[in-house]
Ligand binder design. Structure first.
Ligand code: IVH
Length: 673
């Protein structure tokens, strides 16, 4: 073993200890949970590889933070343990494998229960003869802090439980709802007081107040999820029964707890809740998977720190800290100038990101982010990455404020911010970035869907002067293209076929593809169905546009102006002579076969995209929704359907149909038997 390992382990121990003090004692963390996890994992791995580095006071051996001196100490009769973590789904299979190897030959762990891992702070609440007599934080797992007076202010927790066993210790999580957190910080902002970083720290800070009237004003909440010491309680055999028992006593038990069967069931559960992280009024940062049988829990026992029968699957962090290298401006298809952050690459929300949007000038002023800052970046689900705020404590001295650049970075013309608008724009229609943007926009899948016409080709064709506007796509000189590197016969033919194929796209796609400012996909379709042809649209009056139900004055103006521009007319001429479809869809009246029916679609189909399937349902006056509930009439399942939707529909007795039956459903409104 080298001294380098020793040095690093020492450094990690001291870093983690400092961060633990900031987190547990000051309720004011200086790094993100994900960064803390990373340090801890590195230390755990080092200690595993070199066991002699494992000191007794290593943070890997100690649970949480040491109890503070402000509150009286409370000894936990049953220790309050921590949980081992899993960061990849593969680790769950390994975990079950490990458990089964510990059990008697051939024995299985049986049912698993999944729960959300609430992001608050663990607490133990003791009832004696049905009265709440003591509440304590976890502390170091053996000794916690007495916070009884503060816990008594939590409305979720009954002061008396008449039917409780003579001694009942309830374990669970004190947390702050997002809505309450929002209110608390809004209030703090108004009073120029310090805002809390997140609901977890606000909950911890609120609970650990000397003055319980402050806690009372914070509206804390509680979820019960375990039992501690129980005397004269019922004989329970499973964890799920424990939850039911807690709930029967009037304690708040989260409704999302579920018996999931085996690891695959747990993975389905994880998949489902990963996507719902932002839809609940409380935060959770993972899924806790627990062995259901209490008998097996006892057999499996615990390590010094954590029970073996439970594991916390950590969801990929949605927030990370990184360095803001620079703020640059991107120029969109319609000339909008959007500032974005160039970042030191960082892994967040399941992907590595190196850029993130900053939206507009006002947002940058409000957030006061400056190149050179350490910043918190966020990427939740499919949402585009965003810079949340700078870490002010790490700002280098004298870092200058960022100013919006006066000129377009691509063509050098003045950037202007029209009054009443949040965005700057480059008004030079011939700006190379705008041309490129318009061509890319035109060729994209949801517009004219020209395959093989990706960013790189477009960039090349524009730079080489082959394309000045989208009309030129149909008269590209392929003899020139063939001379470019990477354009062999096959790729040229592919591109020609793709361009030819795009001529017959629906009118809505073409209108959308023209990059008319403010006209998105939906309004493009609306214009296509309302006016029926491109020729007609090009000559409609402003009044006609404004009277279209669903079009506001801004869009009406924009469309009207667009078709008055000589450049537009030139593009239309090129498109028309190339034979691009200018005709709108035939208006077909479809029978309202699905009126009043709520239908959920899952999986993939051969004849419909998911959007088209929803559209087909709407066209027949049905209501497509995203999740199965007792109000669902039919679940339409294509290939690879979502397991949880199928399971839910089955348990609720809702008919499930395949793609063929879906066609029949659309035309008759009847579920084929
Ligand atoms: S069970 C002995 N269930 O996670 C195991 N813990 O890292 C007891 N937590 O200190 C914990 N949600 O603060 C359990 N549904 C849940 C949880 C949960 C959040 C927290 C708890 C605990 C920490 C362990």
């Amino acid at each position: 073993m080298t001294t380098e390992h020793e040095k690093r382990a020492k450094e990690l121990r001291s870093l983690i200890k400092d961060h633990n003090i900031a987190y547990y004692d000051m309720d004011n963390p200086t790094i993100s949970d994900a960064e803390w996890d990373m340090l801890m994992r590195e230390l755990l791995e080092l200690e595993e590889q070199h066991p002699s580095l494992r000191t007794a006071d290593s943070p890997t051996q100690i649970i949480g933070g040491a109890p503070s001196k402000i509150f009286a100490p409370v000894e936990h009769r049953v220790p309050m343990m921590s949980l081992d973590n899993a960061f990849e789904t593969g680790a769950l299979h390994q975990w079950v494998g490990r458990l089964e190897r510990r059990l008697e030959e051939g024995a299985k762990v049986g049912d698993l229960v999944c729960e959300l891992k609430f992001d608050g702070l663990a607490i133990s609440v003791r009832y004696e003869e049905g009265r709440l007599v003591q509440a304590a934080t976890r502390g170091d797992g053996v000794v916690g802090e007495d916070v009884t007076h503060n816990v008594l202010t939590i409305a979720d927790l009954p002061e008396e439980i008449p039917d409780a066993p003579s001694v009942l210790e309830v374990r669970g999580e004190v947390y702050l709802r997002r809505s309450e957190f929002g209110k608390l910080n809004a209030e703090a902002k108004k009073n120029n007081a310090k805002e809390y970083v997140n609901p977890r720290n606000a909950a911890a800070g609120s609970l650990r107040q000397k003055d319980s009237s402050i806690t009372a004003g914070r509206n804390l909440s509680f979820w019960a999820y375990q039992l501690g010491e129980v005397i004269e309680g019922p004989s329970l055999t499973s964890h799920y029964q424990t939850l039911e028992f807690l709930s029967s006593l009037g304690l708040p038990v989260n409704k999302n707890a579920k018996r999931v069967g085996n690891v695959d069931g747990a993975l389905d559960y994880i998949n489902e809740f990963q996507g719902r992280k932002d839809s609940l009024d409380y935060e959770f940062d993972g899924i806790v998977v627990k062995v259901d049988s209490l008998q097996l829990q006892t057999e499996l026992g615990s390590t010094a720190k954590a029970p073996r029968w439970a594991i916390a699957y950590k969801l990929p962090p949605e927030e990370q800290v990184t360095t803001l290298l620079d703020i640059e401006i991107s120029i969109g298809a319609a000339g909008s100038a959007t500032p974005f952050a160039r970042l030191e690459p960082v892994f967040v929300g399941g992907a590595t990101i190196s850029t993130a949007t900053l939206h507009n000038q006002d947002q940058i002023i409000e957030k006061d982010v400056r190149p050179g800052d350490r910043v918190i970046v966020r990427r939740a689900g499919e949402v585009i990455p965003e810079v949340v705020r700078p870490v002010l404590s790490e700002r280098p001295d004298g870092l200058p404020k960022w100013e919006f650049p006066p000129d377009c970075p691509a063509c050098g013309s003045k950037l202007e911010r029209p009054s009443g608008e949040a965005r700057h724009r480059c008004n030079n229609y011939d700006c190379a970035r705008q041309v490129r943007g318009r061509v890319e926009h035109f060729a994209q899948r949801t517009a004219m869907d020209i395959e093989h016409m990706g960013e790189q080709s477009v960039d090349l064709f524009v730079t080489e002067g082959l394309i000045q506007d989208v009309g030129d796509i149909y008269s590209i000189d392929f003899d020139v293209v063939r001379t470019f590197e990477g354009f062999g016969d096959l790729s040229v033919t592919n591109l020609q076929v793709a361009i030819e194929g795009s001529k017959s796209r629906p009118l809505g796609n073409l209108i959308f593809g023209l990059s008319i400012p403010h006209v998105g996909r939906t309004n493009a379709d609306l214009l296509a169905t309302t006016f029926g042809s491109m020729e007609r649209l090009a000559e409609v009056t402003y009044e006609e546009l404004q009277s279209v139900e669903g079009l506001g004055p801004v869009i009406a103006h924009s469309v009207y102006d667009f078709f008055r521009s000589p450049r537009t007319l030139l593009v239309l001429k090129k498109l028309k002579s190339a034979g691009v479809n200018f005709q709108g869809p035939e208006k077909v009246e479809l029978a309202p076969t699905l009126a009043g029916k709520t239908i959920v679609v899952t999986g993939t189909f051969s004849n419909y995209s998911r959007d088209e399937a929803s559209e087909a349902i709407k066209n027949r006056e049905g209501k497509p929704t995203g999740s199965v509930s007792k109000n669902t009439d039919v679940l339409v399942a294509g290939t690879n359907p979502g397991g949880s939707k199928i399971g839910k529909a089955e348990s609720l007795g809702i008919p499930i149909v395949d793609e063929d039956a879906f066609e029949e459903l659309l035309s008759t409104g009847e579920v084929p038997s």
